[in-house]
Design a protein around this ligand. Structure first.
Ligand code: NDP
Ligand code: OXD
Length: 314
């Protein structure tokens, strides 16, 4: 069995040894060493070069070494008959819950403002609001969005979610589709974006959308947390919304271009909190377990788990 590793920066030797330990007949191949394209059964990929997967005539399965899959599907020649499996991982999901909970609490407790006061030795006390005063809205109710909603409910925030199709979650107001987007935004003080990047979500969070967020909340103005993919929001529009007072704060983990260019105005905006795409990162050992499970499922003819809908793009 030949497994192709097509992911720049991944430790080839580690994957070779780790795979062989669990699947003794696995031969790991990679572009650097040359390989027989027709012998490849499985491909482990992150941002594979355009056309590379289409040339593998006997490919049985592609595994995205990440939860997102836009880095695979942007290749228009992706062989659509080959199942694409992605990372769905408990530890990664917990990390995203912690990231969002931390930053929503930070917004509630005006963390960025107090950090500025401290730098200027300003003592300005305020009566805090409480989680139950704040309305959080989550765009995307997938694996991550649903878990984040549950975590925020445990902290007693008022939580709503918006997705393409209708979901039903306990204690979470669920909105679906274009028709219900305005109502969802109109009741939201902190907008959390956990949408995947697809043709339909590209540039979805623009000035017009942000301008529809609630104006009657406990914050000076609504806040935004972007932790799905950077091209879902429009950075220029975020800056405009911050300047115009349409937003009071933005927390960004993902960006239109990564790494964020050093001349981006986001870096120096006091109303922006930046983290370098590390809200939730899959541990290679967890990914390995999933890769092995997917290969075993395929070899035994069992249904595959966490298969992406290639037509929807997530
Ligand atoms: P899922 O595929 O499980 O969920 C995607 C959600 O988005 C679904 O609820 C889906 O709706 C919704 N959605 C998709 N398209 C639309 C649309 N056009 N309109 C409305 N809703 C839509 O993804 P995950 O929750 O696992 O992950 C989300 C994203 O987070 C990943 O794609 C990845 O890009 C990003 N990510 C970021 C990380 C980081 O460190 N910053 C780490 C890991 C992932 P429906 O349920 O109706 O189908
Ligand atoms: C992912 C990511 O998609 O790290 O897994 O963003």
């Amino acid at each position: 069995m030949h497994v192709l590793l097509l992911a720049e920066g991944e430790p080839v030797e580690w994957w070779r040894d780790a795979l062989r330990a669990d699947l003794p007949d696995a031969v790991l191949v990679c572009p650097e060493n040359g390989f027989d394209e027709s012998a490849v059964d499985y491909a482990l990929v992150w941002d594979p070069p355009e056309g590379a997967l289409a040339r593998l005539d006997n490919l049985r399965l592609v595994f995205s070494l990440g939860a997102g899959v836009e880095h695979v599907l942007r290749d228009r020649s992706y062989p659509r008959h080959v199942p694409l499996v992605r990372v769905v991982d408990e530890r990664l999901t917990r990390q995203m819950c912690e990231y969002v909970a931390f930053h929503v609490l930070g917004i509630l407790r005006r963390h960025a403002e107090f950090a500025l006061f401290q730098r200027s030795r300003v003592w300005r006390s305020e009566t805090p609001h409480t989680a139950c005063d704040l309305r959080v809205g989550i765009m995307g109710l997938g694996v991550l969005g649903r878990a984040v909603a549950k975590t925020l409910r445990q902290l007693e925030f008022q939580v709503a979610g918006w997705s393409r199709t209708r979901h039903k979650l306990s204690d979470v107001d669920c909105y679906a589709g274009e028709e219900e987007l305005a109502e969802f935004l109109g009741r939201t003080d902190v907008l959390v974006c956990l949408l995947p990047l697809t043709p339909r979500t590209t540039a979805m969070v623009d000035f017009a959308l942000l301008d529809r967020l609630a104006r009657d909340g406990v914050l000076d103005a609504p806040a935004f947390i972007g932790a799905g993919r950077g091209k879902v929001h429009v950075e220029r529009d975020l800056l405009r919304a911050l300047d115009a007072g349409v937003l009071s704060h933005a927390v960004l983990d993902v960006f239109e271009t990564e790494p964020l260019p050093s001349d981006s105005p986001l870096w120096s905006n006091a109303a922006v909190t930046i983290t370098p795409h590390c809200a939730a990162v899959a541990d290679p050992r967890d990914m390995l377990r999933q890769v092995v499970a997917a290969i075993e499922d395929d070899r035994r003819g069992r249904p595959l788990r966490h298969v992406v809908d290639v037509d929807l793009g997530y």
